[in-house]
Write a protein that binds this ligand. Structure first.
Ligand code: URA
Length: 275
């Protein structure tokens, strides 16, 4: 980063603009760079390194949406740290011990919630990266969004254990989900999405306490902490049942979410999975 800034400065640039994602990824790096750079006075640094990446003297220059996202990212990091230090959760015998937190935009309008990480998510440390995750990413794209624009989380943040486990996964139980619920509620409180989508019956049970079928849950609008919540099929269900009729149902739920978000829906999008 320092080399990049120095090269930019040599080319006569005094400012660079960074995306929200980059700002979040940089965290406290600007402060650390300042500490690494004794020859420059604070004033010169501010002027020359006008990266708007967390230097408090520049906060007035940071667009409001970026400072909001940065503050939300900080609060989410705090939740993650509390989870890591929660002896009850970390010590749960029936769950493995690698934390898989959430991924995406801390200031997202759309929040997607699954059940628990599987083998691939545990390996990557990121939710929804296996086959179901790849399908989820395609669905998000079909909605006209990028994976980085939405916030993706799971109710349970550790992979459920199975005896002699290799790559097999299992759904979390109600008892396993219960202690994570307050953390999910805090994630929702920080992100403040305009709509939440629960992916599958287990997520619906964990999030909105719905015990019926996904087929009936998806016909109703639910509420989680005052935020409209939709229930739809889990992408892994679609991998097992790729019938057009099932894909269409999930897509109709996505269009409901788009409507809540006030997103335009093109004729092409309206026609997806109809034939
Ligand atoms: N299924 C989930 O519910 N969550 C993941 O992260 C991956 C698969």
């Amino acid at each position: 980063m320092l080399r990049y800034l120095q090269a930019e400065r040599e080319h006569g640039r005094s400012q660079i603009w960074l995306s929200t994602e980059a700002l979040i990824a940089l965290g406290d790096l600007p402060a650390r760079l300042n500490a690494l750079n004794p020859p420059l006075t604070t004033e010169t640094r501010v002027q020359e390194m006008r990266t708007d990446v967390g230097n408090p003297t520049l906060s007035a220059a940071v667009p409001a949406s970026e400072s909001v996202a940065r503050e939300k990212a900080r609060r989410l990091r705090e939740i993650r740290m509390e989870l890591e230090a929660d002896a009850e959760l970390v010590g749960m015998e029936s769950l493995r011990d690698t934390l898989v937190f959430a991924v995406g935009n801390p200031d997202a309008d759309l929040m997607l919630v699954g059940e628990a990480p599987g083998a691939e998510e545990e390996k990557a440390g990121e939710p929804f990266v296996g086959p179901a995750g790849q399908l989820l990413t395609k669905i998000i794209k079909a909605m006209g969004l990028a994976r980085e624009q939405v916030y993706i989380s799971n109710i349970v943040k550790f992979r459920p254990k199975i005896p002699n486990q290799t790559t097999q996964n299992r759904k979390p139980t109600r008892d396993e989900m219960a202690p994570f619920r307050p953390y999910v509620a805090r994630e929702v409180e920080v992100v403040q999405p305009k709509v939440i989508v629960a992916l599958g019956g287990t997520a619906a049970e964990g999030l909105v306490d719905y015990e019926g079928s996904v087929g009936s849950a998806r016909m109703q609008q639910h509420d989680f902490r005052g935020i409209p919540t939709l229930v739809t099929y889990h992408p892994s269900y679609l991998l097992r049942n790729p019938a057009l009729s099932e894909r269409r149902k999930l897509w109709e739920d996505c269009m409901k979410a788009m409507e809540i978000l006030g997103m335009p829906i093109s004729t092409k999008q309206r026609g997806f999975f109809l034939e």
